[in-house]
Structures are given as C-alpha cells and as structure tokens.
Ligand binder design. Structure first.
Ligand SMILES: [Zn+2]
Ligand SMILES: [Zn+2]
Length: 221
C-alpha cells in the first residue's frame, strides 16, 4: 500500500459488492465508494480509525452499488456523487422500473454532486481523480487515488463487467480500457467492485498480461 492512503475493503450485500473506505493518512478525511448492504461495517471502520467522512462516491448507478447511499448520507450528513451521465441516465422512470426488476435493488436518487471526467476530489493530503470509463453503464467511472484504481464493474480481476443491460456497450467498454486504463502505470493497483477473480486485487500490468478482454481484444494485433 502507498504511504498516502489507507484502504479498507468491506464486502457486503447479497451481490457481494466491494465497498471501499479510502482515507488520507495525513488528514484522516475519507470517502466511501459504493456503500452497499451492511452500513454498520462502514460506520465501525470510520469510528475505529477516527476518520472524517467527506463524500459518498459511486462508480456507477446500478442498484447494488448505490444501495446504502440514502441511509449513509442521512447518517453522516455528507454529499453523494456519481458521474453526470449515470445521474441523468437513471432518472428515466421506465428504465428505473426495468433495472429494479432485473437487479432487485432501487435505482439511485439524484446525487448531490454530479461528477465530470478528470474532476479531482481533495482529501487534504491526497486527491481522487475521476476517470470516465463508459461501457458497463454510460456514466461508469474509475477513481484513481495515489496509484490505487477503484474500478467498480468496469474492470474485474481477469474480466470486465457485463454490457448486456440497457445503456451498456462492450465496444465502449473496450475503448475505455484501451484509452483510459491500460495507459496508466503498470504498477497501478486495481481494486474491483466485486471479487470475481482468483485474487481480490490486481495491477494494470498483470491485467495487461492475463485479462482476456485486454490480451485478446486490445493487444492481439
Ligand atoms: Zn454494475
Ligand atoms: Zn456490481
């Protein structure tokens, strides 16, 4: 782990979403990425580590990743944030009903802070950069913080997220991977939204050697 941040991975909910608490070691300020089912774990972590939560971030708007947004926002009195494209996308009532039927979770409420590509969120001693990586959803993002990349359902260890749901596009996802993710330093640590691989985390360098979506689709020629 780098010397600027402390990262806690809390697995929760029926869909076993990885909720991350990312804290700045210098200031103790923290964000919560994708709060899912068990918010008590989040609260216990914040308390035992004496962290000051500043924002709830979502990698995208799918119900399993935003399930804890509303309650956590109320409990901690901090704003929610996701990319502008997903905030807009999930406002459509018919689409919401369809997603709630398929995924079995409520779609997100409008967020307090719609995010833009390359926007930076400061934690005092370090910052989090928003990298827009559409494909799994129109507003999927990865969050980059001191060499740590939180990839949501865009990139898993050895795989990528599904693109068959409304708003998804494999072509777009591959373009995001090619232009925005494999261009990062090889040692960048990948922290996925679900533990679907043979290890809980990976690196961009390892994914470039082993992830078939990268080796077969992007690096094949
Ligand atoms: Zn998803
Ligand atoms: Zn997911």
């Amino acid at each position: 782990m780098d010397r600027k941040t402390k990262i806690f991975c809390l697995v929760s909910g029926a869909d076993r979403v990885n909720t991350y608490v990312v804290a700045c070691l210098k200031t103790g300020r923290a964000v919560i990425i994708d709060p899912a089912g068990d918010l008590q774990q989040v609260l216990r972590t914040l308390e035992s580590e004496r962290l000051e939560p500043v924002m709830i971030l979502n990698t995208h708007g799918h119900g399993d990743h935003v399930a804890g947004n509303r309650d956590l926002k109320e409990m901690l009195a901090i704003p929610t944030a996701m990319h502008r494209a997903d905030d807009e996308f999930f406002k459509d009532p018919q689409l919401r009903r369809e997603f709630e039927r398929i995924l079995g979770h409520r779609c997100p409420d409008p967020v307090d802070r719609p995010l833009e590509d390359r926007e930076k969120i400061s934690l005092g001693g370090t910052e989090i950069e928003v990298i827009h990586t559409p494909g799994h959803t129109p507003g999927s993002v990865c969050f980059l913080c001191a060499g740590n990349l939180f990839t949501g359902d865009t990139l898993f260890v050895g795989a990528v997220g599904r693109t068959d749901l409304p708003g998804g596009s494999l072509e777009q996802l591959l373009t995001s991977l090619e232009n925005r993710l494999i261009t990062l330093p090889a040692e960048t640590i990948v922290w996925p939204g679900h533990d679907y691989g043979d290890t809980p985390t990976s690196t961009i360098g390892r994914e470039m050697q082993e992830n078939p979506y990268i080796t077969d689709f992007l690096l094949a020629e």
